[in-house]
Design a protein. Sequence first.
Length: 271
Amino acid sequence: MIEAPAITDAEFAQFQRLIYQIAGISLADSKKVLLVGRLGKRLKALDLSSFSEYHKLVSSGNAPDERQTMVDLLTTNETYFFREEAHFDYLRQVILPQHPPGQSFDIWSAASSTGEEIYTLCMVLADELGVNASWSILGSDISTHVLAIAQRGLYWLDRTRGLPQSYLKKYCLKGVRSQEGSFLVAPELRRHTRFMQINLNTTLPEIGKFHCIFLRNVMIYFDNDTKRKVVARLVEKLRPGGYLIVGHSESLNGINETVKPVKPTIYRLPT
């Protein structure tokens, strides 16, 4: 097997600047091995002899599909059902009971990855508001690859980490024959979802306003300047009284004063 070429410090710095320019992600020096492992396969597939050649290709504007492939490879993150469960408890126990009965409830999962967060939210809203009530969830990510997985709503049974068995039985369909070993999120939940590729590091599209936005475990990859810009864009998409929820290792302290903390990692836009 032909090994991928080595990457020089100068070449790695080129990719650090490019992914920051595209996605606002500050790629640490410690991620060099990860970058070589993921992009090295593309060099071999394209028969390129150096990372400089690949950088020239993806930065030229002449290969948008390959540029998207690079972004997909460098931004894919782990997720699972009911990750950081306290946030879903707060949604269930505090946010939803405050919402006027009969009015639509809209959530944005702003870094939805492969969809586990979206469908966790679906299960909570179906439980609390009813599967036929008026609610919707927008799932977005910069990676088209993970969005395609999320939109299908099809997962292997070994991906049920965090998912209560009662929810698995109530809201998922077990695969049979060629799909044995998998499960599909029920269509009555999936019809409440929509998906869009959105780069949080650029001007946001017209997507409406939301009662709650989840932006979890993303800001850890941004520097403070990027954090301020991204959060400001998202706050503009909150309805008065809406909530912005970030990851347990993240904080908006010194990042945004418009939303006010109600609990660690949970912020609210004043009414």
